[in-house]
Write a protein that binds this ligand. Structure first.
Ligand code: FAD
Ligand code: 2HG
Ligand code: ZN
Length: 501
């Protein structure tokens, strides 16, 4: 389902930014952050970039605005230069030059990231990967696909489908996000329960290091135990260790049969027990398990004008099956729903394999982020929590922020213990900010959860990294950063906490 086209991502009016007064404050004014000791771009630098790329692939002036603001409007940089390479060699030349001049850069994919990592904080040069969008090879026998990193996820999916394969990753931003952005954030999404995370599916990576050196870590095989598995350093490091230019991904065979159940549930304990029943009864065909609370569903149905097939319940769940025999899968899913209702776990539900109906159900889930954004400013938390405590933070936070927030809601990939906790208010508000942070992260840490389940650390969370990682682990990350990017030109102010904190 294509929810976001490139233009909609930057179309502030469509997104709810009705006037320029809603354009976010500059990051440097909203947050306490100090510019690093980087060179300031001059005309000679621009001329050098124009000599590496064609002139029209060096963007300056007004047109750079959209590349400076993140999708949720939480941060805004002031870069005046956006570069659009087409080849790995061009990326290498750019970085070699930037490193020699100590010019800071931000790699940018589809700019759908939700942690402020994809845009400049100050005047860093944006390296947009949008023209590195060639698919090199799709091998239908092995399922291995080689492509450049700027291929839009939805386009990759459409191409591999022609060979009866599917990309082992799906998310609401698929119409805009790049596969390279997905790998750089180790994106999770809606089918992680089925296909696992990208550390498993990505077989090879080509990346350019800060000094311009090209690291060829590509592989055409699932099995390749030759030394250290360096590719993993680039999966989830959010552009802080290198720019990912090419990928080899294992794409599984596309399912022949897809069925969906959408159910209403009266309380969270029943959500858990229904999940358990689904795992037992649907076993190997289960491909997605999502949970949505009443307020979250209310947002997407109202703001996106979608008609829910069910009446109002405190919780909803989506169960998707993907298999090879429709009659078999449909029967299994229907039996599961009947059993769940007999046991009074589920209050009501529908099962469907009609594509229009499945599309509506997925839209109710995938468009929650978009609908929240239409209503104001959203503080977003993406946490892993033990299932036994998964939802309790939502009412706790609701009580804590009281009337200051318009909505506090929770939804997410319950099948992977990943809660999306959202606090909606009219506009960025320091009072709420100080009530929710560091509270949410302390709460998560006390439960041994993760402060970032899938969106990453980006600009918003470096100071909270220690809630999920030991001092020794952070020290080693820093040593790797120093080894691979000694001048710290790659995506500064992101991922790692500043040394003095
Ligand atoms: P960007 O936002 O452009 O960049 C993200 C980070 O990766 C930045 O730090 C950037 O510097 C770095 N980067 C990008 N490309 C490269 C590259 N080639 N080399 C090195 N670094 C690079 N995320 C999930 O995990 N699961 C979801 O279900 C999910 N659903 C979403 C739904 C919506 C509606 C939206 C708006 C976002 C959603 N996201 C989700 C978040 C986001 O889409 C993902 O993080 C996605 O992987 C980002 O890809 P991108 O191409 O937009 O990267
Ligand atoms: C999703 O699963 C995304 O829809 C976005 O990860 C979550 O907006 C959010 O909080
Ligand atoms: Zn998600």
């Amino acid at each position: 389902m294509s929810l976001l086209s490139r233009s909609s991502v930057f179309n502030f009016a469509k997104r709810g930014f009705a006037s320029s007064s809603k354009i976010p404050d500059l990051t440097k004014d909203r947050y306490p952050v100090k510019r690093g000791n980087y060179a300031i771009i001059n005309d000679q630098d621009v001329a050098k970039f124009e000599s590496i790329l064609e002139k029209h692939r060096v963007i300056t002036g007004e047109e750079t605005q959209g590349y400076n603001i993140d999708w949720i409007g939480s941060v805004r940089g002031s870069s005046n230069v956006v570069l659009k390479p087409k080849t790995t060699e061009e990326v290498s030349e750019i970085l070699k030059y930037c490193n020699s001049r100590k010019i800071a850069v931000v790699p940018q994919g589809g700019n759908t990231g939700l942690v402020g990592g994809s845009v400049p904080v100050f005047d860093e040069v944006v390296i947009s990967m949008s023209l590195m969008n060639q698919i090199e090879r799709i091998d239908e026998y092995s399922g291995i696909v080689r492509c450049q990193s700027g291929v839009v996820l939805e386009a990759l999916e459409a191409n591999v489908r022609e060979k009866n394969l599917c990309v082992p990753l799906d998310l609401g931003a698929k119409g805009s996000c790049h596969i390279g952005g997905n790998v750089s954030t180790n994106a999770g999404g809606l089918r992680l329960i089925r296909y696992g995370n990208l550390h498993g599916s990505v077989l090879g990576v080509e990346a350019v290091l800060a000094n311009g050196q090209i690291m060829n870590l590509m592989s055409n095989f699932k099995k390749d135990n030759t030394g250290f598995h360096l590719k993993h350093l680039f999966i989830g490091s959010e552009g802080s260790l290198g720019i990912v230019t090419k990928l080899a991904i294992h794409c599984p065979t596309a399912p022949q049969a897809v069925n969906l159940a959408f159910v209403g549930v009266e309380n969270y304990q029943n959500v858990l027990d229904t999940f358990l029943l689904a795992k037992k009864e649907l076993g190997e065909i289960l491909s997605s398990v999502e949970m949505i609370d009443e307020l979250s569903l209310g947002c997407s149905t109202t703001m996106c004008n979608i008609q829910s097939p069910l009446q109002t319940y405190p919780f909803y769940m989506i169960f998707e099956t993907s298999g090879s025999n429709n009659a078999h899968d449909e029967e299994k899913l229907t039996n599961f729903l009947n059993n769940a209702m007999e046991k009074s776990l589920v209050a009501d539900g529908v099962v469907t394999n009609e594509s229009a109906k499945m599309k509506t159900i997925w839209e109710m889930r995938e468009r929650i982020a978009e609908s929240l954004l239409k209503m104001g400013y959203c503080f977003k938390y993406d946490i892993s929590l033990p299932l036994s405590h998964f939802y309790e933070i939502v009412p706790v936070l609701r009580e804590r922020v009281g009337d200051l927030a318009k909505i506090v809601c929770g939804y997410g990939h319950v099948g992977d213990s990943n809660l999306h906790l959202n606090v909606l208010c009219d506009s960025f508000n320091k009072e709420i900010y100080s009530l929710v942070e560091p509270f949410v992260f302390e709460y998560t840490s006390k439960l041994n959860g993760s402060v970032s389940a899938e969106h990453g650390i980006g600009f918003h969370k470096p100071k909270y990294l220690h809630f999920s990682k030991s001092k020794e682990a952070i020290d080693m990350m820093r040593q790797l950063k120093t080894l691979m990017d000694p001048n710290e030109i790659l995506n500064p102010y992101k991922v790692l906490p500043p040394l003095n904190k």
